[in-house]
Design a protein around this ligand. Structure first.
Ligand code: FES
Ligand code: FE
Length: 426
């Protein structure tokens, strides 16, 4: 069956079978290939500022603990007690030098060493070499400009090759903070009844939905109308950026407290365009983006949000998201940015609800249609063959390809990359 699905999966031609968003076999294959082999975003270093700070998350469905040990080293372990497999840490975040398993009390220090086994003597003393035991470490961890990434692969692709030209655009965002990047207001987590790939499309390249799905937000003046030319940038390697000329919704909301944030962005346009090229002026701040496979950001004049789409089943996704602020901004500015971001994209956000309503209906419909053994091909041909070098549209220094008029160029790229993982080519 998988072979049949893959045969009708021709993303370069804009053909994506609907079963990709519904079927369990495909989902399991994604976990075993994409989420096993790719680099995955885990969080920001600012979330574990001090020794002992930790948070828990997942890589695909694999539970992990991300912690800063007493020597200040960031470490990633499976959230798994090696004794009998209990989930070691059940909190989502905290500070602790040790993790003690709730089952039989085996205790690990936050550098992964097994340091305590209750009633070790006399029955274990000859049968268990404590020194050689410890938490199972995730083999590859990469820190990049304040962000934490990891891969479960034995030999993942070099991190820079994995990012490819996307690195330029992430550099712009992370350099802008000049070391003052702060995750503010905690991590929000909620479940969406939809396949993980559908929501990320909206960040990677489907801006086409915005004027319709979010029509009510435009009509009450919350959002500016987009017009018919939103550019989609495909930097390669499955990543994607939606680039709205002139930046997003600058004038739609005027709250004085946002001024220090906007001033920072304006200043950053100047310094970053000197460093990276004139194109910065034509795309900053650039809107939603997705780093393959499941890390998204939305970069606007009002806030910068990020989110990770954690797969939880063929039609279930756990969204974990938060907002980024400059740590040295006034508290009131941070508070207003948080308020603003949650108002639009929090669990009860007005735009989030528009999107979630559509996504859940795609799943519902999909499950019903697949029960009839029908697998329609979805259409990703918008702008096919029309994309050009980004430099031609955005100016000197830009990298990647641009498709104008809500092109599907980056989505074709996302699915082409996904296909490479599914078929073992990547
Ligand atoms: Fe953790 Fe036994 S399962 S101590
Ligand atoms: Fe949307």
């Amino acid at each position: 069956k998988i072979e049949d699905i893959l045969k009708s999966f021709n993303p370069e031609k804009g053909e994506v079978p609907f079963s990709l968003f519904i079927d369990n076999e495909i989902y399991e294959l994604e976990l075993a290939t994409v989420f096993k082999k790719s680099w995955l975003f885990l969080g920001f270093e600012n979330m574990i500022k001090y020794p002992g700070d930790y948070f828990t998350t997942t890589m695909g469905e694999v539970p992990v603990i991300v912690t800063r040990d007493q020597n200040n080293q960031v470490r990633v372990f499976l959230n798994f007690c090696i004794h009998k497999g209990m989930k070691l840490c059940r909190a989502t975040q905290g500070n602790s030098q040790f993790f003690r398993c709730p089952y039989h009390g085996w205790t690990y220090s936050n550098d992964g060493k097994l340091v305590g086994v209750p009633y070790y003597e006399p029955a274990y003393v000859n049968n268990l070499d404590i020194e050689k035991q410890g938490l199972i470490a995730v083999p590859n961890v990469k820190l990049y400009k304040g962000t934490i990434w990891a891969s479960l692969a034995e030999k993942p692709k070099p991190f820079d090759d994995f990012l490819g030209d996307m690195k330029l655009y992430l550099d712009l965002i992370f350099d802008m903070f000049e070391g003052n990047m702060e995750v503010y207001g905690g991590i929000h987590r909620w479940l969406l009844p939809v396949n993980w790939k559908i929501p990320l499309e909206n960040f990677a390249g489907d801006a086409y939905h915005a004027p319709f799905t979010h029509a009510s937000a435009v009509s009450i003046g919350l959002r500016g109308a987009y017009g018919n030319n939103v550019r989609i940038l495909y930097p390669g390697e499955g990543h994607g950026i939606v680039s709205v000329p002139g930046g997003l919704a600058r004038k739609a909301v005027d709250i004085d407290a946002l001024t220090p944030f906007r001033d920072r962005l304006s200043k950053a346009v100047e310094t970053l365009s000197q460093k990276y090229g004139e194109f910065v002026k034509n795309m900053f701040p650039f809107g939603p983006l997705n780093v393959f496979p499941n890390f998204s950001m939305h970069f606007t004049w009002n806030y910068i949000i990020f989110r990770v789409w954690h797969p939880r089943g063929p039609t279930l996704t756990e969204l974990q998201g938060g907002i980024l602020v400059f740590s040295d901004m006034p508290e009131e500015t941070k508070r207003q940015i948080l308020r603003r971001a949650l108002h639009e994209f929090g669990p009860a956000g007005v735009l989030e609800q528009d999107d979630a309503e559509v996504w859940s209906k795609i799943s519902e419909n999909g499950v019903s249609i697949r029960k009839g053994s029908i697998d329609p091909k979805l259409i990703y041909t918008r702008g096919l063959g029309m994309d050009v070098e980004a430099e031609k549209v955005l100016g000197k220094g830009a990298k990647g390809r641009i498709g104008e008029y809500y092109s599907d160029v980056s989505l074709r790229g996302f699915y082409s990359t996904l296909k490479k993982y599914l078929t073992g080519e990547e």
